[in-house]
Design a protein around this ligand. Structure first.
Ligand SMILES: [Cu+2]
Length: 495
């Protein structure tokens, strides 16, 4: 297959934004079964801290339109590529037909600038999903190509009553001392060792986020992390938080939490109760740094209808539990496949690297770029991020797992602590759903269907697949730079 790389214009990202239409905020596109819509990647301009950037947006919007669909619907999405770069759209987390999965060279040819592609997108499962390019995500996604899909459950009373709902996309941009975007790598992503950590946090594409609610409000947040590599740890000091759902719908039951850790590509549904009037902040607090992401102003006037009672109740969800019940007998099955996450360094780089101490704490997460020198100087050719199959010892695209529809498969993911450069990896499997059964042998007692899971350094995570969707599917690390470095593999599901 012929691949044409069109890079020159992309290298200009960060300047010359003046001639393009200004990015618009995300609109809601409410769809029904059988609808036909357009989602076009376009070039936009966006002003960040007084500097005008040339960026990308779906339908001129950052984030792209929020597609709201009823569970069970199927729609047609036409997409014409109006950017200066080849692209595809991946509908992240949806169990759709393989041919519409948007993976270049696997399910489709890339869409060249000016070209078009038609996707058939179906929504079998409730939950909060997102869409993004599957080509040079380190540039295209970072420059604004991302949007959410929300699948309403069949029975909407399955969600708690709330006073407001907020969709929040978390991201970061890496700006230099002049406020310009630090250039991207030409043929390969730069910062491929640890990923591109930004220093300007963004919510829904903006540096500022603020909302006003009445005292006593219960607000449901839908969080999506679209950053290249940054893991966020979210909390709202002073507000009570309740974790309700994640990638593919609700948990078996609600749980009160202090904070939510969200890796790239993950989603979390969290409800917050603002009991008192005053100012609150949405914070990202890690062991290494603290960022204020947004502000809530809670007015003295009491909320018209209080849902505090329902909020304070821990609810369990019989439909979710019943769905998972069908898999419980398999929880103790032997491990079917193992996957080791590791890195191989070129000898020269290995020696250089050895003298440097990595910083990772007991969370097993690199929260910031603590080795900027290494991360900047090491080129993509100097190392190889690897997903290694336990059975054959083969890595990345050199092996292919084979399953059948109806299989229940346990995969153990082992993130080696003693590799040359251990790092957490958010691992995403296309086209299927899975349960995270345990982490370092500790069983997970409140389950939720996922499509992406974070495997911290030194952790062994067991996941159980509902193999339900035929086709040739990809799995990979969702750190954009690790994916481009080759940290990806394939599995084939036959009927
Ligand atoms: Cu990774």
């Amino acid at each position: 297959m012929k691949r044409i790389l069109i890079l020159s214009a992309v290298l200009l990202a960060g300047c010359q934004g003046q001639n393009f239409p200004e990015a618009q905020p995300s609109e809601v596109l409410e769809v029904s079964d059988g609808d036909q819509i357009r989602i076009d990647p376009t070039i936009v301009s966006k002003t960040i801290n007084g500097k005008t950037f040339k960026m990308y947006g779906y339908n001129g919007q950052i984030p792209g339109p929020m597609i709201k669909a009823p569970q069970g619907a199927t729609i047609t999405i036409d997409s014409t590529n109006h950017i200066d770069y080849e692209t595809t759209i991946h509908w992240h987390g949806l169990r759709l037909d393989n041919k519409s999965d948007g993976v270049p060279d696997v399910t489709m040819d890339v869409t060249l600038p000016g070209g078009s592609h038609r996707y058939t997108v179906k929504f079998p499962d409730e939950g909060i999903y997102w869409y993004h390019p599957h080509v040079r995500e380190d540039i295209q996604q970072d420059m604004g190509l991302y949007g959410n899909l929300f699948v309403k459950p069949d029975d909407e009373t399955e969600y708690n009553p709330v006073n407001a709902e907020e969709v929040i996309v978390l991201d970061d941009l890496f700006l230099d001392e002049n406020g310009e975007n630090v250039p991207y790598g030409k043929d390969h992503p730069n910062f491929a060792l640890m990923g591109r950590f930004g220093n300007q946090m963004l919510i829904n594409g903006d540096t500022h986020y603020d909302q006003t609610f009445s005292k006593g409000s219960v607000v449901r947040f839908y969080f999506t992390n679209v950053a290249n590599t940054r893991t966020f740890r979210l909390h709202i000091p002073g507000a009570k938080l309740k974790l309700v759902g994640s990638d593919v719908g609700r948990y078996e039951r609600d749980s009160f939490v202090d904070a939510v850790t969200i890796a790239p590509a993950e989603r979390y549904i969290v409800e917050a109760l603002f009991e008192e009037a005053g100012d609150y902040k949405l914070m990202h607090t890690s062991p290494l740094a603290e960022f204020s992401l947004g502000d809530f102003s809670i007015t003295e006037e009491k909320v018209y209808e209080s849902y505090a009672e329902a909020f304070n109740e821990i609810r369990s969800y019989d439909d979710v539990i019943a769905d998972i019940d069908a898999f419980r007998a398999e929880f103790d099955r032997p491990v079917d496949k193992t996957l080791r996450l590791t890195i191989e360094l070129d000898d020269r780089m290995g020696m250089m690297h050895e003298g440097m101490m990595m910083h990772h704490d007991e969370t097993g997460i690199e929260w910031e770029d603590t080795m900027p020198m290494m991360n900047t100087t090491m080129a993509s050719e100097d190392f190889q991020w690897k997903l290694v199959d336990g059975e054959t010892g083969k890595a990345n695209m050199d092996f292919m797992w084979k399953f059948k529809v109806g299989d229940v498969v346990k995969v153990r993911i082992i993130n080696e602590e003693d590799s040359a450069h251990p790092m957490q990896h958010p691992i995403h499997f296309h086209g299927q759903r899975f349960l995270v059964l345990s982490d370092n042998g500790v069983p997970n007692t409140n389950l939720v269907w996922k499509d992406t899971t974070l495997v911290p350094i030194g952790h062994e995570v067991d996941i159980l697949f509902d193999i339900s969707n035929p086709g040739e599917w990809m799995f990979h690390c969702h750190i954009a730079e690790h994916l481009s470095n080759g940290m990806m593999g394939m599995f084939k599901v036959s009927n």
